[in-house]
Write a protein that binds this ligand. Structure first.
Ligand code: OAD
Length: 280
């Protein structure tokens, strides 16, 4: 194996050895739960499970419908209700987000592939060319009928006022009036072009770190399988997921990601830098 062991110490030693130059990240909702944004599938608190008040109130046929393009076309109200609650600007990046920027500042970040739509990777200051938002984000929006982009300032105001106004944004092109939707990848929609680069990045990585995802949504989840044997895989999550544990160089660290990241940075001698970025 590439690693001396299957623990935090081994990862730290590998990063410090200088042999680990390209680190690729795969992120999911667990990275942002400490920021106050619920994930999707954690028992009791996930948006899709348990009785999280937000979704129960939306009267959906089933929870995932809130992110389904066909359902949205017939009823966009649940999506905009949720968008009002989850809109970027209301949340602060976590220590784990600070770690992404730290990797980038140490010239170790190859690429950060995130499933999250909260834009907290950008907010913490990770350079844009190091982030691929595989499931899109709230950063842009367009008409689902004619594709015309819709003004960002205007939709922001509408989303933030949605809880009282209940006005759904509609296309302003003459005679269109199509529904406007953020460029979030809904079930049944294609992933952004930039996602196509993912296999290349992962094949050329020295380390793959997967954080806070159940690895249940494909094609994103399958990326973890592409890592070659020369690329150890690290999982930082509350539960074991995917095929982690099947390979010699798999490292599984089951705990809250902010805690694991803090411990890792302590080993690396990066703790002060980490906290400095986080406190900015
Ligand atoms: P999930 O909710 O499916 O999984 C989140 C994972 O993070 C779970 O395995 C949790 O145990 C773990 N987790 C939660 N809090 C954590 C913490 N503080 N530290 C470490 N781990 C923690 O979320 P995703 O895998 O991101 O799509 O879901 C994938 C996609 O499903 C999302 O991108 C979303 C959804 O449909 C869209 O919105 C388009």
């Amino acid at each position: 194996g590439i690693l001396e062991g299957n623990d935090l110490q081994a990862i730290s030693n590998y990063i410090k050895s200088g042999k680990c130059k390209n680190i690729t990240l795969m992120l999911g909702a667990g990275v942002s739960t400490a920021a106050g944004i619920p994930d999707f599938r954690s028992p009791g608190t996930g948006l899709y499970v348990g009785n999280f008040a937000n979704l129960a109130r939306l009267n959906l046929p089933y929870p995932e419908a809130v992110f389904e393009i066909n359902f949205f076309s017939s009823n966009p109200v649940p999506f905009y209700t949720l968008a009002n609650e989850l809109y970027p600007g209301k949340f602060r990046p976590t220590l784990t987000h600070a770690f992404i920027r730290l990797l980038s500042e140490h010239s170790l970040l190859s690429m950060c592939f995130t499933q999250n739509i909260d834009t907290l990777e950008r907010r913490v200051g990770v350079p844009e060319n190091k982030i691929v938002e595989a499931h899109g984000s709230f950063a842009s929006q367009r008409c689902i009928k004619c594709g015309t982009p819709f003004d960002s300032a205007k939709i922001k105001e509408m989303v933030l006022n949605f809880s009282k106004d209940k006005v759904v944004p509609r296309c302003e092109q003459k005679g269109c009036r199509g529904l406007v939707k953020h460029d979030i990848v809904f079930f049944g929609e294609a992933l952004p072009k930039a996602f196509g680069q993912a296999p290349g990045y992962i094949r050329n990585s020295d380390l793959l770190i997967v954080i806070g995802t159940s690895l249940t949504v494909h094609p994103f989840a399958s990326l973890a399988e592409i890592a070659p044997d020369t690329c150890p895989r690290v999982l930082i999550n509350m539960e074991t997921v995917g095929s982690f544990g099947e390979r010699e160089d798999d490292v599984i660290l089951l705990d809250k990601c902010d805690k694991v990241i803090k411990d890792l940075c302590k080993e690396l001698g990066w703790e002060e830098e980490l906290v400095k970025i986080w406190e900015e």
